[in-house]
Design a binder for this molecule. Structure first.
Ligand code: KG4
Ligand code: ZN
Length: 335
């Protein structure tokens, strides 16, 4: 079965075609990052309008890449939430319109289920069960995954998501949006020995996270440097390094704990922050010591993309699920 996947929950228009026997046939992405950069963050109305402009040409592009005609599609999957409601509506209405015109099933997919299953698109996909660390701009969660649709939330952030913390730290350091990769690049030149920032909630049991205290600590450090006229390029790099080390360490400590608690030996890491090189090094270290293994999606499937939605939709279709055509779902907050 061939499933077209559509992702429009935030600032990337993603489209892909997944075949349940042949695997991924094609994928295409248009990122709005440059458009939002001058505003320092995603402007929801601009995001919706841009998805409207980009989506149909991207669908044509993917079908052309795969030499597949519309009539050969078996279902359409789209991100139904969580995300920006106007942005979600673009994907939802396009998916339902196409499904009605073609007389094929349609499925609304949870964005985080897409991220969670993205490593399954790799040749070396993990077997179930596994522990998943989902780290994006909106979520920081540890999930036990026993199979498709069999998810148990083990812990999550009680305040900011890890990606959000990266983006806020970037702003404090005068870096552009999106902050994660920029903080990481700056941290490369930082001295890891200059400060040790707190590893929040690691000194007590449990698998929840909190990043707002670390954010405040970062701000206080920057203000202190500023007031002493010491916030030069090196000091900014040192702050970026201390911040990144703290986030990576905190996430690794909780992952190790989740593996211990569940007795599982496979860790899947997905979502935008999973692209972070220092985090990957810490996780490699933490898992190797336990005889466990880490699995990641390939680079471009760490951040938002259509392939993960096509894959998740295909698995749900195989399980016999479909939504009522015409009953669009756009759920901005979806636990
Ligand atoms: O999964 P994603 O593309 O979108 C959401 O669903 O949120 O994640 C985006 C987040 C942003 O906060 C971005 O700053 C962060 O992932 N990010 C990174 C890196 N690349 C992206 N954070 C740290 N290091 C990176 N290399
Ligand atoms: Zn995402």
């Amino acid at each position: 079965m061939r499933v077209l996947g559509i992702e429009t929950s935030c600032d990337e228009t993603g489209v892909a075609l997944y075949d349940t026997t042949q695997g991924l046939l094609a994928d295409a992405l248009h990122s709005q990052i440059a458009m939002h950069a001058e505003y320092g963050g995603v402007v929801p109305e601009l995001a919706s309008r841009d998805h409207t402009r980009r989506l149909l040409p991207l669908i044509d592009n993917v079908l052309e890449q795969a030499s597949v005609g519309r009539a050969q599609l078996d279902a359409i999957a789209y991100t139904a939430g969580p995300g920006l409601v106007g942005a979600l509506m673009v994907g939802a209405s396009t998916a339902h319109g196409m499904a009605r015109a073609l007389g094929i099933p349609v499925l609304g997919v949870h964005h985080m289920e897409g991220h969670l299953l993205a490593p399954m698109l790799e040749d070396d996909a993990p077997d179930f069960p596994f522990v998943a660390l989902l780290v994006s701009g909106g979520h920081t969660q540890l999930v036990r995954v026993d199979g498709i649709g069999r998810y148990q939330l083990l812990g999550e952030s009680v305040d900011d998501a890890a990606g959000e913390a990266f983006d806020k730290a970037a702003k404090m350091l005068g870096l552009d949006y999106p902050g994660g990769p920029r903080v990481a690049a700056l941290a490369e030149h930082g001295d890891p020995g200059r400060w040790r920032f707190p590893r929040p909630m690691t000194d007590r049991p449990g698998l929840d996270f909190s990043f707002s205290g670390l954010k405040t600590h970062t701000l206080t450090t920057i203000r202190g440097l500023e007031s002493n006229a010491q916030l030069d390029d090196q000091a900014r790099a040192d702050v970026a390094r201390a911040f990144e080390e703290a986030v990576a360490d905190t996430l690794a400590i909780k992952c190790r704990r989740a593996l211990e608690q569940t007795g599982l030996k496979r860790l899947v890491v997905a979502g935008g922050v999973s692209a972070n090189v220092r985090l990957r090094a810490r996780l490699e270290d933490a898992t190797q010591k336990r005889g466990a293994r880490v699995y990641y999606p390939r680079g471009r499937f760490c951040t938002d993309n259509g392939a993960m939605i096509a894959y998740a939709g295909a698995q749900r279709l195989l399980a016999g699920e479909r939504d009522q055509v015409g009953l669009m779902k756009a759920v901005p907050r979806w636990p």
